[in-house]
Design a protein around this ligand. Structure first.
Ligand code: GLN
Length: 212
């Protein structure tokens, strides 16, 4: 049997423990990543929700920014939720001018897109690649994807209902190669299907490297 893949959770800020618990349940071995040496060891990485401006600043001061960009370019599987999506984007609207981008996804995101009045909300979403019914999605000061490049696969959109208003049809889950991101927080709901989807992808990358 294949070993449990080692999946790091960027542990500079945000909901690290929740992701680690979900990864363990999804068949991986989770470990915190704060240092370059820890990043070098992992088979995959989760960028948790939190505050992308703070996380971006801490990534820079921990010296992780360039090593992480390089590992992503080399094919490291990465999954970002909420602030993680913001970090992975190529470009951000309504970000801070000094906010750094990892450029792992060819998307433009809008930070805090759902508006001030709607700080958080929950809805059920069909997510491509996730079987057995919709995912209960929790959005907290979430971004959405304004533009997605040709190589980006859209995994979920906000349903076009009367209540959705300006959010109708907005892209909230994407994948490009081995990089995944959601605007919502599956780590907060106890439903580990998205983490399983990601861990499957990490396993397939581990196999690919072993067969080289
Ligand atoms: N609004 C936050 C940001 O832009 C994201 C919020 C979250 O991760 N829950 O970084």
């Amino acid at each position: 049997m294949q070993r449990r893949p080692e999946v790091g959770v960027l542990a500079v800020q945000g909901d690290v423990a929740e992701h680690a618990a979900m990864l363990d349940r999804a068949g991986a071995r989770a470990r915190p990543v704060r240092r370059v040496a820890e990043l070098a060891d992992v088979d995959g990485l989760v960028l948790p929700g939190g505050e992308s401006t703070t996380m971006s600043r801490l990534l820079a001061s921990f010296g992780l920014l360039d090593p992480l960009r390089e590992r992503i370019r080399d094919g490291l599987p990465v999954y970002g939720s909420c602030a993680g999506l913001v970090l992975l984007a190529r470009r951000v609207y309504d970000g801070r001018p000094d906010q750094h981008q990892l450029d792992g996804l060819d998307v433009v995101v809008r930070r805090n897109a759902f508006g001030r009045q709607v700080d958080s909300f929950e809805t059920d979403l069909e997510v491509r690649g996730v079987d057995d019914g919709p995912v209960h999605a929790v959005f907290i000061r979430a971004p959405w994807v304004e533009k997605a490049g040709a190589d980006v696969e859209v995994l979920a959109r906000i349903p076009d209902t009367a209540e959705a208003g300006a959010a109708a049809d907005r892209i909230v889950a994407v994948r490009q190669g081995r990089v995944f991101a959601t605007a919502f927080h599956p780590e907060l709901t106890g439903d580990e299907r998205l983490h399983r989807l990601f861990v499957r992808n990490v396993r397939s990358r581990v196999r690919e490297l072993e067969e080289r």
